[in-house]
Design a protein around this ligand. Structure first.
Ligand SMILES: Nc1ncnc2c1ncn2[C@@H]1O[C@H](COP(=O)(O)OP(=O)(O)O)[C@@H](O)[C@H]1O
Ligand SMILES: [Mg+2]
Length: 242
């Protein structure tokens, strides 16, 4: 795809982001690992996730959850099948374009928060823009706005070490929200949290969803999957709607 086309499709408000168009369209996706013996980690997976959907992906260890998340996050490519993200077919894009699309459209939230200990909360959030085309001017203001969205205005100058687990995850979510992504991809986001902090993070997901954010959460915890409006189960690489 020519650069100018990609740039245009990357602008907010383009046709790909119109209401009604799914954020995620996976069609007959397989992912084979050429190990010995070979493994089919995803087997003919088709999935559509609409704007504002809140989807939980559940399944036992080794069933393909991380492989699916890596494909959805443009960190891995399907062996066959198609993946459209916000209307853009990604499987044929060159790596450079996939990287840009990932930076513009996807926010990642992981089990461990990956905050730098010697930077303040707001500095940690600002770091999310370093590899984007965003101008440096206004970066702090954008980070503060993201922190306001997650309810951490009173902690912006704290080092992460002085926050509770739930506050650290909220800081990580603010960082994921910084570029205004279409999709929040979360891999066991409450795996390191006690029940009170889990509840705080789930409350935040509810709020973000009410604001129209599309959220995909991989989880082992029933408490978490029950909060999502929709649940799919993956078993031996095969996806089933529940
Ligand atoms: N890089 C790889 N090479 C070979 N096999 C892999 C690789 N990554 C994952 N697998 C296999 O694919 C299957 C799904 O793995 P994964 O997606 O990590 O499962 P989950 O996240 O549900 O635990 C497993 O059988 C795993 O061993
Ligand atoms: Mg996994």
């Amino acid at each position: 795809m020519p650069d100018e086309l990609l740039t245009r499709s990357g602008a907010a408000g383009d046709t790909g982001q119109e209401a009604g168009r799914p954020v995620i369209e996976l069609a007959d996706v397989c992912r084979d690992f050429p190990s010995q013996p070979p493994v089919r980690a995803l087997a003919h997976v088709s999935l559509q996730v609409g704007r504002g959907d809140y989807l939980a992906i559940v399944g036992p260890s080794g069933s393909g959850k991380s492989t699916l998340l890596n494909v959805l996050g443009l960190l891995d490519r399907p062996t066959s099948g198609h993946y459209r993200l916000d209307g853009t077919e990604t499987t044929t894009l060159r790596e450079k374009h996939r990287t840009r699309l990932r930076g513009e459209r996807i926010g990642f939230v992981f089990q461990s928060f990956h905050l730098l200990p010697h930077r303040s909360v707001v500095e940690n959030v600002m770091l999310a823009e370093i590899y984007t085309a965003q101008p440096r001017a206004g970066r702090r203001g954008r980070a503060l706005a993201a922190l306001e969205r997650v309810g951490l205005t009173h902690r912006v100058d704290f080092p992460p070490g002085r926050l509770s687990g739930g506050e650290r995850q909220r800081a990580a979510i603010a960082r994921a929200l910084l570029g205004g992504p279409s999709l929040l991809l979360c891999d066991e986001p409450t795996g390191n949290l006690d029940s009170r902090n889990t509840e705080a993070v789930l409350g935040l997901f509810d709020e973000l969803r009410a604001q129209g954010m599309t959220i995909v959460v991989i989880t082992h915890e029933q408490e978490v999957s029950e909060r999502a409006g929709r649940r799919v189960r993956i078993t031996d690489g095969t996806l089933l709607e529940e």
